[in-house]
Structures are given as C-alpha cells and as structure tokens.
Design a protein around this ligand. Structure first.
Ligand SMILES: Cc1cc2nc3c(=O)[nH]c(=O)nc-3n(C[C@H](O)[C@H](O)[C@H](O)COP(=O)(O)O)c2cc1C
Length: 316
C-alpha cells in the first residue's frame, strides 16, 4: 500500500501544483480521472498575514478533494508555521514547502528554489513546519539552483528535518524548463532516502510515467503540464501500468464532455470566469483537428454564455 506517513494513496499518480491552474475544480476533475493525490497551487505564507481572508480564496477544498497537499512558499520561520496551522484547520491533509520555484518573485525573498542554496535554512523551515502541525509535511525541490548544489545533501536535509516525502523536479532552477528532466538524479535520491520520493518532470504519456517508475524506483509520479486539457493522462496511465494497454486517442466528444464537466465544477465552486473557460477550452482543443479555428473563435467570444454555446455546439 502506497502511503505518505499515515495517508494512504490508491495509486502512484499525483497532480502537480500549478499556479493559476490547480484550483479546486481542476483538482476534482483530475481525481475523477484517476489522480490519487493533488497539490494546491503555491500559497504565499507571508501574504496570508497581510490579508487575513486571502487563504479563503487561495485554499478551498471539499470532501472529494482528498487527500490534499497545500503548498506554501516563504522563507520565514515566523510566518510559515502560522500559515500551515491555518491551512490545517481549514482541511489541508499535508503541508508542502515549495523549494523549487525558480521565479524572481520568490527568489528575491529567499524562497522557492533559492532555499536550495541555503540548506540550513531549508532544514530549519521544515522542522518548524513539522512541529507546528499534526499532518505530514513534505517538500518539493529541484535538482539544484544550478549545478553547484549537491542535491543529495539537500534531499538528506529534507528527510532529516522530518519531512514525510520529497518531490523532485529533476532540473535545476537555472534550467527552468529547458533540457530534459534527469532521471538519474531521482534514482540517486530514491536510493539514499527512506521517505517516499515523488518523481517529476516531463511525464507526458503513460509510457513516460512507467519509465520514470521503472528507471528511478520512485514511489509516485507527479504530472503537471501534460494534465492541461488532458485529464485522461491519469486514467490512461493507470490502465497502462495495470495491464500494459495503450489507450486509443481520445475523441472530440470525450474531450468536449470532460471540458464541460470541468466547467460545471467551476460553476459549482465559484470559479466560473470567462478567462478560466477560455484557458481550458484552448487546452482541450490542442492537437484536435480544427483546433486552431476553434481557438480563434474562442478569442472572439466576449461573454461566458457565448463561449459556452460555442463549446456545446461547435467544439473543434
Ligand atoms: C503554469 C505552471 C505553474 C506552476 N506552479 C507551480 C507551483 O505553484 N508550485 C510548484 O511547486 N511548482 C509549480 N510548477 C511546476 C510544476 O509543479 C512541475 O514541477 C513542472 O511543471 C514539471 O512537471 P511537468 O513536466 O509534468 O509539467 C508550475 C508549472 C507550471 C507549468
């Protein structure tokens, strides 16, 4: 049985945290298609104290959204544990510390992937989080800020500080999204640590997910960009892992149905904005015959009802 601390997971597939994307409706759809664990987008621990109502917008969950890891970013031992406690009280099942985001918005505050250059601070922050909450604490790292970082040392710091799992996006922060994720790094980390390791980077097909599991020995695989407009990646991967069956390409009708299911969830959960529907409509039409024409039409729709009508009557 796959577990992170005391949390049981029904399969090894994890939805990645993605800022501006992995809100509650998106996570629910991914779960309905098979993801066993999902992460929220990153939440600013300091920001939660400038605006005390902010977490209500940034962290929403429900019974179906379970288990849920709430991701925090920050570099201050004063705010991180307080923010983690609020999220725990509001239903988070795990707290994940972002130590992988390369963006300047985070690194100028010493947070995100910048923490990889400060192993002692990283360890202290995880320790304070672990003592603040009664739920598992995890960390998401990259393979370094640049090549000078010893990622095995970082992985040990994370484990020794009491984290219950570590996610590794196997690229350095300097690489951002260039080059390929280096599976050998995930393999070395898995070899060294006792806690579960979540492998991440470039999983865009069931075959790649299997390769990640087989080549690195990691416990779970995390999928990000390949889930955009494509919740099927979870279901198809599960099928492939269980029986070796390669799912046929998904039809226009299946894509339209999944898009409309996501939109219904957005409406139920107070996330029904024109920009949200546009973004998902464009992703779902990627690779579809007539997709380009459809996306051009999407951009001309000025109201939600016009766009909904287009999706229902003329999806690609
Ligand atoms: C639009 C976008 C937003 C992201 N936001 C976050 C985030 O909030 N926290 C985080 O740890 N990683 C974030 N990531 C990184 C992903 O979680 C993941 O590590 C990365 O995309 C590599 O996985 P993939 O190749 O499966 O996409 C983001 C990635 C994308 C594309």
């Amino acid at each position: 049985m796959l577990k992170i601390d005391n949390i049981r997971l029904k399969n090894p597939l994890v939805l990645a945290p993605m800022a501006g994307i992995t809100n509650l409706p998106f996570r629910i759809l991914a779960r309905r298609y098979g993801a066993s664990l999902a992460f929220t987008e990153m939440i600013d621990a300091d920001g939660m104290f400038y605006d005390i109502h902010r977490h209500k917008k940034e962290f929403r969950t429900n019974e179906e959204d379970n288990p849920i890891a709430a991701q925090l970013f920050g570099a201050r031992a004063g705010t991180l544990p307080k923010a983690a406690k609020i999220l725990e009280k509001n239903g988070a099942g795990m707290i994940d510390l972002n130590a992988g985001c390369p963006s300047f918005k985070l690194s100028r505050k010493n947070a995100g992937a910048k923490l990889l250059t400060q192993p002692r601070l990283l360890g202290e922050l995880i320790e304070t989080l672990v003592s603040a909450v009664n739920i598992p604490v995890t960390a998401k790292i990259r393979s370094g800020w640049d090549d000078s970082v010893n990622v095995l040392e970082i992985a040990h710091v994370v484990e020794d500080a009491g984290a219950s799992a570590v996610t590794i996006h196997a690229r350095t922060a300097k690489m951002r999204y260039s080059g390929n994720a280096d599976l050998s790094i995930i393999k070395s980390i898995k070899h060294e640590l006792k806690i579960p390791v979540i492998g991440n980077g470039d999983i865009n097909s069931p075959e790649r997910a299997k390769e990640m599991l087989d080549k690195t020995g990691c416990d779970l695989v995390m999928i990000g960009r390949a889930a955009l407009g494509n919740p099927f990646i979870f279901k198809d991967t599960l099928e492939f892992l269980e029986s070796g069956t390669v799912a046929p390409a998904h039809t226009k009708e299946e894509k339209q149905k999944a898009l409309l299911e996501l939109w219904e969830l957005c409406k139920e959960m107070g996330a029904a904005q024109l920009s949200e529907l546009r973004m998902h409509a464009c992703w779902f039409s990627k690779g579809q015959r007539g997709g380009r024409r459809f996306r051009e039409e999407v951009s001309t729709k000025k109201t939600i009802s016009e766009l909904e009508e287009l999706i229902k009557t003329n999806f690609c």
